[in-house]
Design a protein around this ligand. Structure first.
Ligand SMILES: [Zn+2]
Length: 286
């Protein structure tokens, strides 16, 4: 088994844009309620994981099964995303691969219809993003409730499985060290975890993103996930990162295609993905 290491790029959880007042306060509450902040479920435990067909969620699913031996119930959100067709194509590819490769630990992905943000006000949100006050924050958070809505849905799916005698108490996502959005923060992980527990009146619920979980001393980026998959024979060229409507990924958009290509480079793994454009020399800005 290959040990997943902290990133060699020097990322440190303390350097991220986190609200340590919130994190520390919530961790005090978790310690009081359940004696620990976060712990990895025992091998064989049922868990919920987000699966979008993207590189991070696909690689994270492999880690959950191969490294931690967890029984995985993945969910996919049909949220009216522009590249829905291609995300579904990618998800279906890996769903088939994982079912064949991990027949005892991987369950069929559940595709859930949750429109977020709502179409009726999505254009207004885009206009709000372009307001010129506090530009930095707005640029980084176009749809403030989108990811929290998806995270809550994942928890609710896990809660619903209790009706079938299956009791997952942990939801996994794949936020990583280079993701600077508020949705990729440890602060939001802890806030959502509190919500899960309080809404279900069950303090066993956990919300974990392994790449940025400080309780595991982790702070790594996509390149570690690319390397892990290469070492475990999982092809990543069928994953979908680009939000464009085109079938072939653009290869140059910030946060998606560019970061994906950079991760292959940093990992020293050949990128077999087809792109429409060559990789920009510098990271493009929105
Ligand atoms: Zn792209």
């Amino acid at each position: 088994m290959v040990k997943i290491i902290n990133t060699k790029t020097g990322h440190n959880i303390k350097d991220r844009d986190e609200d340590w007042d919130i994190i520390n306060s919530l961790e005090t509450i978790f310690r009081k309620k359940r004696k620990y902040v976060i712990k990895m479920p025992k091998p064989g435990s049922p868990v919920i994981t987000a699966l979008s067909g993207g590189l991070d969620s696909v690689a994270n699913t492999v880690v959950l099964i191969e490294k931690f031996g967890l029984e995985v119930y993945p969910f996919f959100i049909k949220r009216n995303q522009s590249n829905l067709k291609w995300e579904i194509e990618a998800t279906d590819y890996y769903n088939k691969l994982f079912k064949k490769r991990y027949p005892n630990l991987y369950h069929d992905v559940l595709k859930i219809d949750v429109e977020t943000p709502g179409q009726t006000y999505k254009n207004m949100l885009r206009a709000t993003k372009n307001l010129l006050d506090d530009l930095e924050l707005r640029k980084r958070n176009t749809y403030p409730a989108r990811n929290p809505v998806m995270f809550l849905t994942g928890m609710e799916y896990g809660y619903a499985l209790q009706s079938k005698g299956i009791f997952p108490k942990t939801v996994f996502v794949a936020e990583h060290s280079a993701d600077v959005s508020v949705h990729g923060s440890l602060t939001l992980m802890r806030i959502m975890n509190l919500l899960f527990c309080w809404l279900t009146n069950d303090w066993e619920w956990q919300f974990i993103s392994i790449p940025i979980e400080k309780e595991f001393d982790n702070c790594y980026g996509k390149e570690v996930m690319v390397k892990y998959c290469a070492e475990h024979g999982i092809p990543l060229e069928h994953t979908r990162s680009c939000p464009d409507k085109d079938k072939i990924q653009c290869g140059k958009c910030e946060m998606n295609c560019f970061d994906r290509r950079m991760a292959f480079k940093l990992a020293g793994v050949e990128d077999k993905t087809k792109y429409r454009f060559p990789m920009p020399a510098k990271k493009p800005l929105r």
